[in-house]
Design a protein around this ligand. Structure first.
Ligand code: ADP
Ligand code: MG
Length: 702
């Protein structure tokens, strides 16, 4: 099925006009509106108010301090400032008393012309009461009394930006609303009725003309309706892309004796979760369509073995496969895991990284080009132009989010030129995306989860400690190291300047050396690869007892003897990331511990977050809780993982709608793949309205 961008129906033209077509949006204001909303009228329509102001019609006698109130007054006197710095005052009165209106700087005699003594004015603003005196400074509205209806009793407040007051934006929003025509209904009528959801146009009327606080809640019917529209549009785009990928043929790979023998030779048995994931992968490989699957599993859940057996399947069927990892250290570790069981089956495995040079590199490339090596493991080096494969049929991308779209694609494109099929893709990720959000991030992929850890892991005792207690912690660390234990000490990148962070890590390493002696190593991102590898290797070999590291990059390794993890500035990390770091210990037989250092005082939310980590060891659960606790924003760094920037949907508040929208999208496309029925046509309007640009994440890969 060809995926063409939906044609924009004429009914949407007014909404896709530039914001400068809105009354009052001139060259000065346009950039501000664009910054706040976006470049077209639709974007103004899509901007939600964040709160509201209620204006109570009242009198001088009844007005209360702090209230936002509307009065009808007769202008009694103008009181110009007596000295510079004093305000301009207008005294007005109604039957019950006086109301003084006050203007500071920049206002003067023109007020006298606009509001002459004796004129009747409707005035609205925030009331300040000093005893019996009522004062309103800089009224929000001051109109001829007959125009009082123009003062809204309930006024939505939009996010303001310097130079663009909320009230000005409200006018633009009202005008954008007037450009929105009713559109053919794309939602299922029965479902809408059951959920009590209003039609599209009405939902926007409610959004921009709230009748009470309830209308601002994400749970209001109007908001849910609009959120659902956005989620459905996005799920449709994902489902179409997925269907488009499916329609491409993939080489048929059926598991055989080779993989079976490799599995038998493993020193352990696969966990139930690994077996499930593997059979899902095998289902795809044997199907004849191209696989686009994501393998999700916590750190240490055993993704590599699943990848290895899929590679054995490919080799057994006469195809090559390649596994790409983001760092040299990770690639090497994968190689060390993968190569022995595969080589035991007579397969040649090549490790290709940036460090390979000259004749040695040429020899490896030769093996990939002539097919004598069945399996390649490596880094970015794998997709360089001069790397060619004889029969690449499967690529596996570890830590997929660390690669750019084009990098993944370049490797994908190394399949045989004349083949009628595309290369299978298996992406792996240890970033625990909450189940509820999975569909929005990976909606165009099939997902397998490894939600069970291999047996024999000892739970990691986790506690938080304030930074001033470091000496105590170091004392205990010394005892542990003397007893043969090993530790990670993470000094994360926290400041704006990498240099400053680096110095913090260097200082820490120096301090630790003073107390613990020379068995303290330091790795950081600025080090030459060879030097980094040497330190890592010394840690793996046990020569280094404490490894001070700046980022996660350097610790993406498996060191079963490491049993202590100290993380500085833990309160500034995402929980998912802390959990991933913690996952580096607790892999061996030793009792493991994780110390989360924070700079006191700890905020209540920070306290709660660290508590979650102390109580749970399930990455998915942790991610879910973190999401709830932080509410909005981008708590998990989802944007980096290709998470869409929704404008009407709130991925937390509306998460119940995500799965419904995904099902709905599938159903719509199954019944009407070309969207040619009347509902299909309406659905195309919806898609055109949201106009989903391809996201910048994995969603684009392959
Ligand atoms: P990750 O999912 O983080 O990539 P790995 O694949 O690196 O995890 O596996 C972590 C460790 O667990 C490795 O040392 C691996 O050999 C081991 N392992 C994997 N599967 C099992 C299993 N079923 N039983 C015991 N150990 C396993
Ligand atoms: Mg891994």
């Amino acid at each position: 099925m060809a995926i063409l961008p939906p044609m924009r129906p004429e009914s949407l033209f007014p909404l896709f006009a530039a914001i400068s077509t809105l009354k009052g949006v001139g060259p000065r204001v346009a950039p501000l509106v664009e910054k706040l909303a976006g470049p077209i009228v639709r974007d103004v329509l899509f901007t939600s108010p964040q709160s509201l102001i209620r204006r109570t019609a009242t009198t001088a006698a009844l007005a209360q301090d702090g209230q936002v109130a509307t009065f009808v007054v007769t202008i009694d006197a103008h009181l110009p400032p007596q000295r510079s710095g004093q305000p301009w005052r207008i005294r007005g009165w109604d039957e019950t008393g006086f109301v003084t209106l006050v203007w500071f700087k920049g206002h003067g005699p023109h007020l006298e012309r606009q509001h002459p003594v004796g004129s009747h004015r409707a005035v609205s603003g925030k009331v300040e009461r000093f005893g019996s005196e009522i004062q309103v400074a800089h009224p929000d509205y001051m109109l001829e009394a007959e125009r009082i209806d123009e003062i809204p009793p309930i006024e939505p407040v939009y996010p303001a930006t310097a130079g663009l007051p909320s009230r000005t934006f409200r006018k633009f929003a009202q005008e954008a609303l007037s450009r929105a025509q009713p559109l053919p209904e794309w939602q299922d009528a029965a479902w809408m009725a059951r959920e009590g959801l209003p039609p599209w146009r009405e939902a926007f009327e409610r959004l921009h003309g709230p009748e009470g606080e309830i209308d601002l809640s994400p749970m209001s019917a109007a908001r849910r309706r609009l959120a659902y529209d956005e989620l459905l549009a996005h799920q449709l785009a994902l489902a179409q892309r997925k269907a488009g990928k499916r329609a491409q043929p993939g080489p048929r790979i059926v598991s055989g004796p080779l993989a079976e023998a490799a599995e038998k030779a493993l020193p352990f048995r696969l966990t139930g979760a690994q077996v499930r994931a593997l059979s899902e992968v095998r289902g795809d490989l044997a199907h004849g369509e191209r696989m686009s699957r994501l393998l999700q599993g916590d750190v240490g859940s055993g993704k590599t073995v699943v990848a290895m057996l899929a590679m054995a399947d490919a080799a057994g069927a006469g195809f090559q496969s390649a596994l790409m990892a983001p760092t040299e250290i990770l690639a090497r570790q994968h190689y060390e895991t993968l190569a022995p069981p595969l080589e035991a089956q007579g397969l040649a495995v090549v490790l290709l990284t940036g460090r390979d040079k000259g004749a040695a590199r040429a020899a490896k490339l030769q093996k990939l080009a002539d097919g004598s090596a069945a399996v390649a493991v490596g880094t970015h080096a794998l997709f360089q132009d001069d790397v060619a494969f004889q029969s690449l049929a499967l690529t596996i991308i570890d830590e997929q989010h660390r690669f750019g779209v084009n990098e993944r694609r370049r490797l994908q494109e190394k399949g045989p030129k004349d083949a009628e099929w595309g290369v299978h893709l298996l992406a792996m990720s240890a970033t625990p995306i909450p189940r509820t959000l999975e569909l929005t991030v990976f909606g165009d992929l099939d997902v397998s989860r490894i939600d069970e850890k291999p047996p024999g892991r000892t739970p990691v005792a986790t506690r938080a400690a304030p930074t001033p207690r470091v000496p105590e912690i170091v004392d205990r660390l010394r005892a542990a190291i003397e007893g043969g234990a090993q530790a990670f000490w993470i000094c994360p990148l926290v400041s704006e300047s990498e240099k400053v962070d680096l110095r913090a890590a260097e200082d820490r390493a120096a301090d630790l050396r003073k107390i613990l002696g020379p068995r303290v190593g330091l790795v950081h991102g600025q080090m030459p690869a060879a030097e980094k590898d040497a330190v890592m290797q010394a840690f793996v070999d046990g020569e280094v007892g404490v490894l001070v590291a700046t980022t996660v990059v350097e610790v993406g390794v498996n060191v079963p003897n490491a049993s202590i993890m100290v993380i500085e500035h833990a309160d500034r990390f995402g929980l998912a990331q802390l959990h991933q770091l913690r996952g580096r210990v607790g892999r061996g037989m030793r009792e493991s511990s994780c110390v989360l250092l924070y700079d006191p005082p700890l905020s209540e939310v920070a306290q709660q977050r660290l508590d979650i980590l102390r109580r749970s060891d399930d990455g998915f659960e942790i991610a879910e809780k973190d999401l709830e606790l932080r509410g909005g924003g981008d708590p998990l760094g989802l944007k980096q993982s290709g998470f869409p920037a929704y404008r009407l949907a709130d991925p937390v508040a509306h998460r119940d709608l995500i799965a419904v929208a995904a099902d709905d999208a599938r159903l719509i496309l199954a019944r009407d793949p070309d969207l040619s029925s009347p509902r299909g046509e309406a659905v195309r309007t919806l898609q055109a309205l949201f106009d989903w640009k391809p996201a910048s994440g994995l969603n684009d890969a392959g």
